[in-house]
Design a protein around this ligand. Structure first.
Ligand code: RB5
Length: 149
């Protein structure tokens, strides 16, 4: 069976967590597409949000993980793309809800704000929870429509 590929990208504030989550995903049987950054050198988080948006648009992965120090900057940057629904997650409830109601295709963590075990747990929930659809479907469609304004 073909492994699903999960794309990961971070700035320097999230690079350690990115490595931990890549290892975690590998252990769960996923293929990992690492879009950088690779080290502690200071870089600009919007560049890695662009790399994620392009990878998703090109079909290299259907789902992704973004990380910066707080998770905030890279969330803002990623959500400027109409096909990206990036959810900054702090707990299991958010990880579940961003899939059930928002059909998030990117989960975002703050590398300096969330513990690694909680992030792994949230990532597992994000990946295993299906979108509920129904009354939420037209709301999610409106997100992309608004992105065209
Ligand atoms: C980098 O120091 C930091 O500003 C960045 O990782 C992120 O937290 C921005 O929102």
């Amino acid at each position: 069976m073909t492994k699903e590929t999960i794309a990961l990208a971070s700035d320097h504030g999230g690079v350690e967590m990115k490595m931990l989550l890549a290892e975690h995903l590998g252990g769960k049987g996923y293929a990992v597409l690492d879009l950088g950054t690779d080290g502690a050198q200071s870089v600009d988080y919007p560049d890695f949000a662009v790399a994620m948006a392009e990878a998703l648009a090109q079909g290299k992965a259907a789902r992704g993980v973004l990380i910066c120090g707080s998770g905030i900057g890279i969330s803002i940057a990623a959500n400027r793309f109409a096909h990206v629904r990036a959810a900054l997650i702090h707990d299991a409830y958010g990880a579940r809800m961003c899939r059930l109601h928002n059909d998030a295709n990117v989960v975002v963590f703050g590398g300096r704000t969330i513990g690694s075990e909680i992030a792994k747990d949230c990532l597992d929930i994000f990946l295993s929870t299906q979108f509920e659809g129904g009354r939420h479907a037209h709301r999610v469609a409106k997100l992309a429509e608004n992105g065209q304004r």
